[in-house]
Design a protein around this ligand. Structure first.
Ligand SMILES: Nc1ncnc2c1ncn2[C@@H]1O[C@H](COP(=O)(O)OP(=O)(O)O)[C@@H](O)[C@H]1O
Ligand SMILES: [Mg+2]
Length: 324
């Protein structure tokens, strides 16, 4: 451990990284990532494909060596102590990582062997996972024949069979319908309630909003970090919705104003992010640009996580909205 700041926080955080970076050749996939993730919480990585979520997770598990920076997980130095971490960690990779040609039960037995679990307690452990994850009736089915939701439940049952303290889930619900996603998240909250720390990546806003804490990532860089409610409160921009006809034209006209951060049509209204320096966006629009909005309704609305995401990524990031 070279970072002196990390010496004083030995057991405060489940995951702590300082300046964590990873290059592939000249390409920087993860760029000086600082993370402090508390125990027994669900922490999310939110960001588009290629922003460095999976690479960051591999660095945290010790499967990949950082190009620079310090990493401590459950009090252990990573990657030096990665072997010790392995038993205390459950990791669901982005691709379905079980065996399609083994049954549900066989997959779990195989997992028990990998983790070298005590054979006397394995049957009981597997039975309890099968019932906890509603897989009892399908235990003799081949994993390859399961639906998306069932496969994810099996993957979660396998990843938690050895009762890990830390669970890392890489886009676990990307192939799952909304109902099964909701159900999956209930299971995550049950695990968290039981004391498990969970790191999960997603590109779904609704999932990100469920996390206790969140890093918004772009091009390997953390653009914002905090509780979703806090990020929304501290957006640094004001949001209005504008109703009326010809929203496509209005979107184009508003987009040309330097005070307008972004515009997005949502059904019959336009959602507009306006720089915080404009204290009363409705008055500003009516007084400064009356020709654009004269017969339209304008409502100030509460920011959403998507607003935060839009504001701190892309070309808007340089306009002062990004927080480190
Ligand atoms: N082993 C590798 N070699 C070269 N480039 C890689 C490798 N792994 C990841 N990358 C690149 O690093 C970037 C981040 O990838 P990744 O962490 O998988 O992003 P995400 O999980 O957010 O989609 C991508 O541009 C990807 O192509
Ligand atoms: Mg990924």
């Amino acid at each position: 451990m070279t970072d002196p700041a990390m010496r004083d926080t030995a057991n405060q955080w489940a995951i702590e990284t300082r300046g964590m970076s990873r290059r592939f050749g000249d390409f920087v996939a993860v760029d000086q990532l600082d993370l402090c993730i508390p125990y027994k919480t669900i922490y999310g990585f939110l960001g588009p494909n290629g922003c460095g979520k999976s690479t960051s997770m591999r660095l945290i598990t010790g499967l990949l060596t950082p190009s620079a920076g310090d990493i401590r997980v459950l009090g252990m130095e990573i990657p030096a102590q990665a072997e010790l971490l392995r038993r205390r960690l459950g990791y669901m990779t982005q691709k379905f990582s079980l065996y399609d040609d083994l049954t549900v039960q066989e997959n779990l037995r195989f997992m028990a062997q990998i983790y070298n679990l005590d054979s006397r307690s394995v049957k009981q452990l597997i039975d309890s996972q099968l019932s906890r994850y509603q897989l009892n009736e399908r235990k003799t089915r081949l994993a390859g024949s399961l639906s998306g939701g069932q496969r994810q439940r099996l993957a979660l049952a396998a990843a938690t069979l050895h009762q890990p303290e830390l669970l890392i889930l890489d886009e676990p619900t990307s192939a799952v319908d909304p109902e099964n996603r909701r159900d999956f998240w209930e299971k995550l909250f049950d695990l968290c309630d039981g004391g498990t720390t969970i790191l999960v990546s997603t590109h779904y806003m609704d999932e990100a909003e469920r996390c206790h804490g969140l890093a918004i990532m772009e091009s390997g860089v953390k653009r914002a970090d905090g509780a979703p409610a806090q990020l929304m409160r501290e957006l640094g921009a004001r949001v209005v919705e504008i109703d009326g006809e010809n929203l496509r034209l209005l979107k184009q006209q508003l987009g040309e104003l330097p005070e307008v951060v972004s515009t997005a049509q949502q059904g019959t209204h336009l959602r507009v992010l306006i720089k915080e320096s404009i204290e009363d966006p409705e008055r500003w629009l009516r007084e400064v640009h009356p020709q654009l909005v004269h017969d339209r309704q304008i409502h100030a609305v509460r920011p959403s996580l998507e607003d935060v995401f839009v504001h701190c990524t892309g070309s808007h990031a340089s306009s002062g909205g990004a927080r480190q």
